[in-house]
Design a protein around this ligand. Sequence first.
Ligand code: NAD
Length: 468
Amino acid sequence: MHKKNAHFDVIVIGAGQDGFASAIRSAQLGFKTACIDTWNHNKSQYKLSDSHLNTGSLASMCLFESAKIYQQINSTISQHGIYAENISVDVKSMIHRKDKTIEKISRNMSDLFIQHNITHIKAKAQLVNDQKIEISDYDTQVTSIIKAKHIILATGSIPITLSGIPIDNKYIIDTITALNLDSVPKKMAIIGAGVAGLEIASIWNRLGSEIILLEAQENFLSLVDQQISCEAFRIFQNQGLDLRLGARVISAKKSNHKVCIEYQDQDGVHLLNVDKLIVACGRKPNTGELAAPEANLLLDDNGYVYADDYNRTNLPGIYAIGDLTLLGPAVSHKGIEEGVLVAQRIAGIHKSLDYKNIPCVVYTEPEIAWVGQNEQVLRANGENIKISVRTFNSNFRALAMGKNEGIVKIIANSITDKILGVHIIATQASELIAEAVLAMEFSASTEDLLSTIHANNTLSEILHDVLK
Ligand code: NAD
């Protein structure tokens, strides 16, 4: 337990994956370290870590694995000559498995804090000034001040809410509740066909829900290479997702155990009745009460913390990592790496993060993964490029698995041959992209990749074959 006016070398605010990694590295480097976190979604079950574990990617991934097994047994397994009867889904057991998995990881993380002698403070923290933090104890609500020479802000992001769409977490639900339903809703709508919306849709669609995704933008997955996003659109529609683009939701209200949604597209205003509505329309930095006004922490108009390429804020000794800043993509592995590098910089080990080579993944099936720049951005920048594309129809392993949907696309500079971007939609694209990240980290050319021998009958072979 911490003492009033305790003094640390490093205090990390936020025990998400990025804050956790930063605290562990700080302790490993010999700093007296504290990590403060207030996770209070369910007060009786305090769990370490953030949206990634408890409410986001990991929770989603656990459920998605269950949903994929169900769908495979239910629909495609007969192609293998295997027949199963009386298949049913027990959603409560699925949720229980997910919770148990998260609990296990959370416990491992807590154990690592203990092993590294990190003071773990369950409290709400606010940066005051002069390297001081005011903490309100999670259990007693008592406030006190603690200090550190170095403070790392890692409070992450929180879901955006929309006016006119009040979340009650019964009918109109957030992305946390969407991963904790106790039965399969018959018909659901999702506001936002972004990463979160698609991942959640992929779970409940496989478990039998009719899903309508209402997306305000005309372009589907606008950050993704357009050839890949077109392929994704086609595949997801074939899977039964009702993707409505250019459809901006205006309001939603509960009516007679249903949700009545009003949305507008180019044909006018429409009404839609569903059993549940999931709001997955983006996230914002969790900076609401992070710093007192007298701290003078510089934020932009959208609440992002100003940070330079070394994660230094405008205040000496105060750093910001992860989703709090606009540095690089909003993915957890970026924040984790930043957390480690900041701790090392405090210790005098200077290494910068190459934001260009951070992989991004959408955990659907097939998965979408990419690293580097996409075709539309490179063309807009006037780069000389050459493009190689191949479908997984020619990949023996994918065919054997019966998962041969998708394409791989490698973009290189047409003069230097240096690889500028790799984009994949395929089963296990999240694993395949690792090779591309390594290639780009070492400034590989397509010639380098082509002369790298890949094992026969593997999915990864396609990264070689696409260049032939
Ligand atoms: P997003 O920004 O990717 O998608 C939200 C979508 O909602 C947007 O396309 C937006 O146009 C749409 N929208 C907003 N208001 C609307 C309205 N009124 N009607 C219809 N559509 C509307 O946000 P997200 O999917 O919530 O994800 C948030 C962040 O978290 C992103 O940066 C994402 O990359 C990250 N994330 C990453 C992963 C991963 O790495 N696999 C998973 C989930 C989230």
